[in-house]
Structure formats: C-alpha cells, structure tokens
Design a protein around this ligand. Structure first.
Ligand code: ACM
Length: 265
C-alpha cells in the first residue's frame, strides 16, 4: 500500500485556490491514501466564531468534501483532509476520509488547541476507524497528538494507519510525540502539516512543516522540509501494524493493565 502526505501553504480564505493547489501538489503521483493538513482549504486563524461559521460547510454535501470526493475518484484513491464543519448550531474542526464512492468517515477534533476553544465546538463523535480495503485507517487532528489516549483508542479499535491532519505551531512537539504514538501503539502515523505564517490577529502564527510518516517501530519513513510545499509517498505494509509484539513475551496492547488505569475513567 502507498500512503502520501501533502504539505501545503494555504492563503487564508482562498478556499478554491487552496484546494486546487493541494491537488496540484499531488499532480501525477500515485498513492492509495492521501493525507492533507487540518483546515487545509480555509487557512487556520479565524478572527471570530462568526468568521469560522462563515467558512464552515456541511459534510458530505459541502463544496470542499464534494471536490475531494471528485478528486478521490480521479486519483482512484482515498483522501483525508481537515475542514470547518457546520452541523445545526455547531461548527467543528473536522476531518473527512473520502474515497471514490463518497464519504467514508468523519471526525470532529476532540482536543481543541488555544483559541480554537473560542471558535469551535468540541468534537462529539467517537474517534473513527474505517476499513478501506488495503488497511484500517483511523483519524485524529493536530493537538490530539498531546493526548496519548486518542492514538491508543484508535489502535485498540484496530487502526493500522493513523491519518493526522495538522496545523502545528508549537516547536516540533508533534514530530516527537507522533513517533512515540506510532511506537507505543505499533501503528503507522501520517502527519500532514502546513507551512507559512498567518497574522490575522495580534498573534503571528508560524506553522512548522516537517510533515512525516512514521512506522510501527518509530522509524521516520519520510520527513518534509520546515518551509516548502510538497507531496511525498511511501510504500508500507499495513500488516506490520497488526503485530503488536515486542518480543515473544511482550505485546503492546495485550500487556496493558486497564484495571489499574481506573483513574482515567
Ligand atoms: C493545533 O491543534 N492546530 C495546534
């Protein structure tokens, strides 16, 4: 199986242009699953809840999800990407997984980062794992990386690949934690981050790039630059993520002692 990450530099608010630019970065490259950044079409730094609402779209009937489904059909692949989702009175920082036949899964970010708490409603759906034939794919978004429970939940639910759209602004924390998330859970992780700056409020945000794909043994299979837009593809064997053993006597999931983790409930 081939999985690919697309590292983009969206221009805030230029939705159509940002979508087409991301697809142009894929170009003629072949992958079975593509991961694009969080809020990849809109940009990140909304000035207000009202502004986030004005860009939010229903899933799957909004234009961004529809365009992604068309692209998945053209590319004969699956695509995971982040967007602001409107549902009744709420706007979520969401991601979709789409394929040639339409929407496969959606996720609403559970752990909102900093000012996102003033812009979005917190996620209200389970962390999803979808079987796309070649692999079982789980989704989490950006700051979820700081909560090991998110990746663990996906691994226990059977994910072999964790698709991780991101807009990272802290100094390479996720590039570190996602190696650990991959290793401790025995899964592939694919973090698609963005690059560039946004200065739409008094705070200038710098997005760190260095998107990466990590193997179940914590090896970085590909790591992109801190500044450049680019797509990259690696070949993986998802079956490697079904074997959780570290040695003949230790298994990363079976050796857990949940009865001693009650404080987590
Ligand atoms: C983040 O969750 N976008 C840092």
């Amino acid at each position: 199986m081939r999985i690919g990450i697309v590292q983009t530099k969206p221009e805030f608010g230029a939705v159509d242009e940002n979508i087409e630019r991301a697809l142009a970065l894929i170009g003629e490259a072949r992958s079975d699953l593509w991961i694009l950044p969080e809020l990849f079409a809109t940009g990140y730094q909304f000035r207000s809840r009202a502004e986030a609402w004005s860009y939010a779209e229903p899933v799957p009937d909004g234009p961004t999800t529809k365009r992604l489904i068309d692209a998945a059909r053209d590319l004969d692949s699956f695509i995971c990407a982040g967007l602001p989702e409107i549902d009744n009175e709420n706007v979520y920082n969401s991601s979709v997984l789409v394929g040639p036949d339409g929407l496969v899964a959606r996720y609403r970010k559970l752990h909102l980062f900093f000012h996102e708490k003033e812009l979005f409603s917190p996620g209200n759906l389970p962390l999803p794992v979808a079987d796309i034939g070649m692999a079982r794919v789980g989704m989490m978004i950006c700051f979820d990386h700081f909560f090991p429970e998110a990746a663990r939940t996906l691994a226990v639910a059977g994910a072999q690949v964790i698709a991780h759209p991101a807009n990272l602004v802290m100094p390479l924390y996720a590039q570190l934690t996602m190696r650990v998330r991959a290793l401790e859970n025995g899964v592939f992780t694919a973090t698609a981050n963005r690059v560039g700056d946004e200065a739409r409020t008094e705070t200038t945000l710098h997005f760190t790039g260095e998107s990466q794909i990590v193997s179940p043994s914590g090896e970085i299979l590909v790591s992109l630059s801190p500044t450049e837009e680019r797509a990259a593809v690696v070949e993986i064997d998802p079956a490697l993520a079904s074997d959780k053993s570290l040695n003949p006597l230790n298994d990363r999931l079976a050796d857990r002692r949940p009865s001693f983790y009650k404080a987590l409930d």
